[in-house]
Design a protein around this ligand. Sequence first.
Ligand code: URA
Length: 215
Amino acid sequence: MKKPRAAEVELELGFSAAPVPASREWKRLRDAAKSCQACPLWRNATCTVFGEGPVHARVMLVGEQPGDQEDRAGKPFVGPAGHLLDRALAEAGLQREELYVTNAVKHFKWTSQGKRRLHAKPNAREMAACRPWLAAEVEAIEPELIVCLGATAAQQVIDKSVRVTASRGKRMASAWGTTALVTVHPSSLLRHHGSGDPEAEFEAFVADLRKISRL
Ligand code: URA
């Protein structure tokens, strides 16, 4: 029997190239991303949640992937993690409206628990399939600084080997050459299991965000 080519194997498993247009006009990218089926995550998601914010924003914030509420609203960071992010940004003296906010992966990955849709971490292949969209957003927005919220974003933006604990708060270089800053994901501050001081952790997150203006 003929051995399938690598591209055919990818297609069989539900992976294909992201349909990123040649144009770097932000609206064209956003519209093209709506029909992306580069990995199987589109099947269980309501919509593609593309980034949003000013097209000439100086700072781009990158999260992991949309959550339940983002998937329903079609907008990034509008659920509980988004509210916490908004509060931290305000405390750090930053206006969210001036920032471009997006995610490393543009479809919500979830598992069901009764009627609830629980967040599931995107795997390496799903991240790789979605990365061309993030690269195109970086080319369209041309931010001066990319802030990675958590490990998935840091690995997508900087390098697969980045660890948040080792790199947090440090000035780094993104894979595209833009300056990058790594901090925790706001969801990690919502999940408290008895260890750590939630108030101190929130203040440390705000302190990281204050570095945005300095950088
Ligand atoms: N978590 C993320 O990483 N992104 C969102 O948009 C919402 C929650």
